[in-house]
Design a protein. Structure first.
Length: 622
């Protein structure tokens, strides 16, 4: 029998390995920018064309590479970051595996120009599909200049699965933001198709956050600073009023490395318990300084998942530090348990002769209707006081022969809820709306309760209104019948670079909804008009929420964009929980709900109504 196991060629092995490290254009930028930072760069330029499909260029002023190092850097597992396995637990650099450049070169056409300080000439390398196509000396500044062209040119299946340019650009911006937030002392520029999107000067952390996400976030930041023997935590968290449903900027960094950590996220949100509505998110930018020996970053190729040795202790430290920051903002004084020199609070003693609650004596035989001769009734309290009540006053209000008014009631058959509807329950919306009671009851400002053929129908008023408005806005968008209403004083809308990229894609749909925005430059817009019927709504916040919804869902088709915008507007305009409704208003909501195409669920899939069946009620009370 012939042998069937064989070693793969290096080119094939490199392409397979590149699939883990280089997933999309954003991965290339992440690896190259991190290498530039590890090389000690003070200024980094990033240029992309067609969201990285055509070309990606990263230029830095780091220490550069020699001719031999430049050639060796594209070999797999060639790195200057570690020497021994033990070095994995003492990492202070961003990269360490030595796979990034080799993976990039395996799936793209690469050109590198690099020079070290003190060298007269630099090195120019050309590589395509892991094969060196040229090497020659060149004149270039100190540092490195990587040009990546035609990504995945030799792996057409991978290139085919890339998303649209706007989606890939959003991923690039996200990767770029995660790096620049860690290194505020390094200046960055970012250009897309020749247009400058970021120009970040070196400065402090707060300035970097404001430069990336806009000036409006500056007033919402609360500083966090705590040093312990386990870890150090610093950064910023948002004020409670900065909470929003979607699109909150939330970042964790450990020793300068971005990470995702749902457990620590819960620790932050627990500090805002009962301060923000349930489900709302708070922005935060938190940086952990932990001994590298206490964490393990070598568990995932993207290095965004990190294991902690003292995870529970850090959770408690994080919660305490965030609570302290929020408490100082609210000027909440801490509880003092030192009562020395403080006056004692007296304790109630029932035997110390304190006044008792007064009691009253009454005559159980007294009847003002059968005893007209009685003029007064004496009430004597235990305190010894007497009060006389004129019974004639009470009797004067009682009509003569009052007993005749109630004759026959004891034999009259009382109506039964079981016979309110004669037929068997019918769950169809048409039947429900025909058989419902015209009288409704609002429970705790949240639910509308009404009798229907099946039993008792309970409707969530907020969700029902969302469903009604969603279908109405959806219909208007399709027919282009949404009218604008000019605002008396235009409001300013400040967008981040990522929000601006989404806005440019959705400009036509947003304008057709009735929003009139004027570009003032610097990602700032003047909001001149809003859709009719949104009076009293925070319009700038609504626009940002619509953009966040679109980003989260990754909408592309016009129909998907319209649905996303209609849902955002419906949520903003729907009646809130706690609003008291008249019977007419409740009737309008119920009728409007049953005219919708789907009465049972909101557009996001949450239940709108529930029917407590008559037979279940009778069993519970039987």
């Amino acid at each position: 029998m012939s042998d069937i196991i064989q070693l793969l060629p290096d080119s094939v092995a490199n392409q397979i390995a590149a699939g883990e490290v280089i997933q999309r254009p954003a991965s290339v930028i992440k690896e190259l920018v991190e290498n530039a930072i590890d090389a000690g760069a003070h200024h980094i330029d990033v240029l992309v064309v067609d969201a990285g499909r055509t070309s990606i260029q990263v230029i830095d002023d780091g220490k550069g590479m020699s001719e031999i190092d430049a050639r060796l850097s594209f070999e797999r597992h060639a790195t200057s970051k570690i020497r021994l396995a033990d070095d994995l637990f003492n990492l202070r650099t961003m990269g360490f595996r030595g796979e990034a450049l080799a993976s990039i070169a395996a799936v793209a056409q690469v050109e590198l120009k690099t020079r070290m300080e003190g060298d007269e000439l630099g090195t120019h390398l050309s590589i395509a599909g892991s094969k060196f196509t040229g090497q020659e000396p060149c004149a270039c500044p100190v540092g490195s200049n990587f040009l990546i062209e035609n990504l995945f040119f030799n792996v057409p299946a991978r290139r085919k699965f890339l998303k649209s340019n706007s989606t890939e650009l959003n991923n690039i911006i996200s990767a770029f933001e995660r790096i620049v937030l860690v290194y505020p002392d390094v200046s960055f520029t970012f250009l897309s198709n020749g247009s400058e999107m970021y120009n970040l000067k070196a400065g402090g952390l707060r300035k970097r956050i404001v430069d990336v996400f806009g000036k409006r976030i500056n007033q919402d930041l609360l500083p966090v600073e705590l040093e312990t023997s386990v870890c150090g935590i610093h950064g910023f968290v948002g004020k409670p009023e900065s909470a929003k449903k979607k699109g909150a900027n939330q970042f964790f960094f450990v020793n300068g490395r971005y990470m995702r950590h749902s457990y620590f996220h819960k620790a932050v949100m627990s500090a805002y318990e009962r301060l923000v509505p349930q489900g709302d998110q708070i922005p935060y930018f938190l940086y952990f300084d932990v001994d590298p020996k206490d964490i393990d970053v070598n568990i995932h190729p993207t290095k965004t998942e990190i294991k902690f040795e003292n995870e529970q202790a850090i959770w408690q430290i994080l919660t305490a530090s965030v609570k302290d920051a929020v408490g100082m903002f609210n000027n909440v004084s801490t509880l003092e348990f030192d009562n020395e020199g403080k006056p004692d609070i007296p304790v109630f003693n029932p035997d110390n002769g304190a006044a008792q609650m007064p009691g009253f004596d009454y005559n159980p035989q007294y009847n003002p209707f059968s005893s007209p001769s009685v003029k007064t009734v004496e009430h004597t309290s235990k305190m010894g006081q007497h009060h006389d009540v004129d019974a004639s006053i009470i009797r004067s209000r009682v009509p003569d022969q009052w007993q005749q008014l109630y004759e026959g009631l004891e034999t009259e058959e009382k109506p039964s809820h079981a016979t309110f509807f004669q037929d068997e329950p019918d769950e169809q919306a048409g039947t429900l709306i025909e058989e419902k009671s015209p009288v409704h009851y609002q429970y705790k400002g949240k639910y509308i309760m009404t009798a229907v053929k099946s039993g008792l129908m309970i409707v969530d008023q907020h969700r029902a209104h969302i469903r009604i408005l969603f279908e109405e806005y959806q219909r208007r968008l399709e027919q282009r019948k949404i009218h604008s209403q000019k605002v008396l004083f235009p409001e300013t809308l400040q967008l981040s670079v990522q929000e601006r990229a989404i806005y440019d894609k959705m400009y036509d749909e947003i304008a057709s909804m009735g929003f009139d925005l004027t570009d003032l430059g610097g990602n700032t817009f003047a909001l001149n008009a809003t859709p009719e019927g949104l009076e009293g709504i925070d319009a700038p916040r609504l626009v940002r929420e619509m953009l966040a919804d679109a980003e989260e869902k990754g909408v592309s088709a016009a129909r998907d964009i319209n649905d996303s915008l209609a849902l955002s507007m419906a949520r903003a305009a729907a009646i809130p929980y706690g609003q008291v409704l008249s019977n007419e208003e409740m009737e309008n909501i119920v009728n409007g709900l049953f005219r919708c195409s789907n009465v049972n669920y909101t557009p996001s899939g949450k239940s709108v109504l529930f029917i407590l069946k008559q037979q279940d009620i009778e069993q519970m009370l039987g």
